[in-house]
Ligand binder design. Structure first.
Ligand code: GDP
Length: 297
């Protein structure tokens, strides 16, 4: 099995979030633009009810813009939901959020204005681990109020922070536990660093990554590792070419496969392979169809 998980964590996270969602007006749903579909947990929708959602396509600087545009259209189908693209590490980019919050809540704002009531709109950030929730909150709050890191689940403490006139943000994000029902989704979450490395089988994951990249665009691997891949090469041979090119060898001259696998996974995670989005709308629609068919059988 590629990933081991404990369902208890998920249940606890959902219960906590259920309470918080009741007191907010809008949800900032952060997605990693490299795998937007996999960052969405279908079970979460039941918690949201009819609250508006702003899908924040984060890490857009690391992603394929055309595919992200497609996904934004896909997620904007619902009138109350809006999409914005963001690089949360760029200073001031969080400003887009403020105007989008006012847009999705314009009816509410109008209603209060007519009644001459001064109200505060409340927002919270949610998303799977490592999608950039803390970075976004820091950006919106203007200074580093939450701890950030390249590891899942690092934020602690909770308070409301004013991010603009009449808008407050819960300074601690809601961590959405990913859904692993589908192997492809689980793999993508692992590639983007949303799953702790401790529970992953890195060699197996790296071999899957080689297979997936060859199916998507093998020049990504060729360019990054300065190798050339022949159609008849086994995936293991590709790994060996990578080890050879990087001089990952053990004593005696054999390949250091472990180092090769780690390099593949960490290079992708850090965006060193270029601007890549692993999922396209068409592909995922097919996948959902197949899953539904399997469930019925
Ligand atoms: P969280 O677990 O969802 O709170 O994720 P973090 O905010 O800790 O971010 C995880 C990693 O992604 C950190 O190394 C961030 O610097 C990086 N990161 C977050 N947002 C962006 C972004 O928009 N672009 C890029 N390139 N990196 C980002």
């Amino acid at each position: 099995m590629l990933i081991q998980w404990y369902p208890g964590h998920m249940t606890k996270a959902f219960r906590l979030m259920e309470k918080e969602i009741k007191i907010v007006d809008v949800i900032l749903y952060v997605l990693d633009s490299r795998a937007p579909f996999s960052c969405v947990n279908p079970k979460f929708e039941a918690l949201v009810g009819d609250k508006p959602i702003i899908y924040v396509f984060n890490k857009v600087d690391m992603a394929d813009k055309d595919k992200v545009d497609e996904w934004a259209k896909y997620f904007s189908k619902n009138n109350t939901h809006k999409c914005i693209m963001l690089d949360s590490t760029a200073s001031g980019s969080g400003k887009k959020i403020e105007s989008t919050i006012r847009l999705v809540l314009k009816d509410k704002i109008e209603k209060y204005k007519l009644k001459n009531i001064n109200t505060t709109l409340r927002a919270m950030v949610i998303g799977v681990p490592n999608c950039g929730k803390s970075t976004l909150i820091n950006n919106l709050c203007g200074k580093a109020k939450t701890v950030t890191g390249n590891k899942p689940g690092v934020t602690k403490g909770k308070q409301w922070v004013k991010i603009a006139s009449g808008i407050e943000l819960l300074d601690m994000p809601g961590t959405l536990w990913p859904s692993f029902d589908n192997k492809k989704v689980a793999k993508h979450l692992a590639y983007i660093g949303s799953i702790r490395e401790e529970v992953l089988d890195i060699p197996e994951l790296a071999m899957e990554f080689i297979k997936d990249m060859r199916a998507m665009d093998q020049t990504i691997l060729e360019n990054r590792f300065n190798i050339s891949i022949d159609e008849e090469d086994e995936n293991l041979e590709v790994l060996e070419k990578i080890c050879e090119s990087r001089k990952f060898l053990v004593r005696g001259g054999d390949y250091d496969y472990d180092r090769g696998c780690l390099a593949i996974i960490s290079d992708f995670k850090q965006g060193k392979m270029g601007q890549i989005t692993l999922e396209s709308v068409g592909e995922i629609k097919l996948l959902i169809k197949k899953d539904n068919k399997r469930e019925k059988e």
